[in-house]
Write a protein that binds this ligand. Structure first.
Ligand SMILES: Nc1ncnc2c1ncn2[C@@H]1O[C@H](COP(=O)(O)OP(=O)(O)O)[C@@H](O)[C@H]1O
Ligand SMILES: [Mg+2]
Length: 362
């Protein structure tokens, strides 16, 4: 198992960027052009003009798409160019030139140091957040353990029954080969069903680093819903999925989005304390966003509770951790999306809107 990676640098920038592959090069290109302009300006102007201080902008831009080592390289290159300009410049007061060059080098170094420090802090925060998300994911799955075990047990029981039927048909004379052939197909289907459930649970438990890919939102939601189904069935809650047509694949981390859906479904089912429970998930394409709503007919919330529900550690449940929705919000916002909740006459509706990735699946 790999630990959550300290994502930073070009890969993290490229993954998080909603821009297409061409537009993504805009920032590096701007930095290079700016460096050239600053170098020319610094060289052709007098010693009195400290144009080299503008290299701090290049360092700040580079911190958006460079890893830490590359950032130090950029800062080093800026310092080298500052010194080169100093030797190439011949006009103005020589002593002012030395002081200005020293100030520029100090400014570049200070900004690079601060950028590296903030990059390190961000990387540590990312690791902590990924770990917290995993812990709560496992906690959620832990609560679903009995239902999942039941769900895996069903196909296994069917396999055992079918296998013993096959043994009887084999022993018959003549052996009933056509029935055996059909039943072996059922056995394979049941085995695949059980292993698909286990695979879904494993992917949610895994310690893999967050990973964005183009994925179908409807499929992703279906997989989370499939995991919740036994638990909802046990409580006679009907789950409807109205999957919008023509929703293009978007850049998401499917495991994280499943986690969001699981949290919302668990909350919805916990809010339902009567026998006619219903949860409706709907996905739609609205302008350039994929909008997912999860509506339940549970006890709903007062306006004050509604305002606080996304706050970390806010829970109205006995033994509730109050982290579910806070994590949902951080995941959705990391995807450039918005999550909000509204009370209805009976129950609550949570709306998620995710931007479509631009620039195709390059
Ligand atoms: N579907 C819902 N219906 C009513 N209240 C809800 C719903 N979802 C969340 N809440 C409220 O928001 C609070 C915070 O939810 P969450 O962050 O998942 O923490 P927890 O489930 O551990 O309490 C819940 O305690 C509950 O009061
Ligand atoms: Mg919850």
């Amino acid at each position: 198992m790999t630990p959550p990676s300290e994502h930073h640098g070009w890969r993290a920038y490229a993954e998080a960027s909603p821009l297409g592959p061409t537009a993504r090069w805009l920032l590096p290109l701007t930095s290079v052009v700016l460096t050239g302009l600053i170098f020319v300006a610094d060289t052709i102007t007098d010693y009195e003009i400290a144009a080299a201080t503008f290299y701090v902008i290049v360092v700040l831009l580079a911190s958006r798409f460079c890893g830490m080592r590359a950032l130090l390289g950029v800062a080093g290159a800026c310092i080298a160019l500052t010194l080169l300009s100093y030797f190439l410049t011949h006009d103005g007061n020589f002593h002012t030139g030395i002081v200005n060059t020293a100030i520029s080098i100090l400014a570049i170094s200070a900004v690079a140091w601060l950028a590296v420090r903030s990059g390190q802090a961000q990387a540590r925060a990312n690791v902590a957040q990924a770990q917290l998300a995993r812990v709560t994911r496992i906690t959620t799955l832990g609560g679903m353990g009995a239902a999942i075990a039941h769900e895996v047990n069903q196909p296994l029981a069917a396999i055992v029954a079918n296998a013993s039927a096959c043994r009887r048909w084999l022993a018959a004379s003549p052996p009933r080969l056509e029935r055996i052939a059909a039943t072996v197909g059922d056995i394979a289907d049941d085995a695949n069903r059980a292993s698909a459930i286990i695979a879904r649970v494993r992917s949610l438990m895994s310690n893999a680093a967050p990973r964005r890919q183009f994925a179908d939102v409807n499929d992703t939601i279906r997989q989370a819903a499939a995991l919740m189904e036994p638990q909802l069935r046990a409580r006679s809650i009907d789950l409807h999925l109205l999957a919008g047509a023509d929703i293009p694949e978007i850049m998401i981390d499917p495991v994280q989005i499943q986690q969001v859906m699981l949290n919302l479904l668990v909350n919805a089912s916990e809010a339902i304390d009567h026998t006619r429970g219903e949860i409706a998930i709907e996905t739609r394409l609205i302008q350039n966003r994929v909008v997912v709503t999860v509506a339940d007919n549970g006890h709903g919330l007062t306006p004050q509770q509604l305002a606080a529900m996304f706050e970390p550690f806010h829970s109205t449940k006995e033994g509730g951790m109050g982290m579910g929705l806070a994590i949902c919000r951080s995941i959705i916002e990391a995807h450039g999306g918005i999550i909000e909740a509204d009370a209805r006459e009976h129950g609550l509706v949570v709306t998620i809107s995710l931007p479509l990735a631009h620039g195709g699946n390059g």
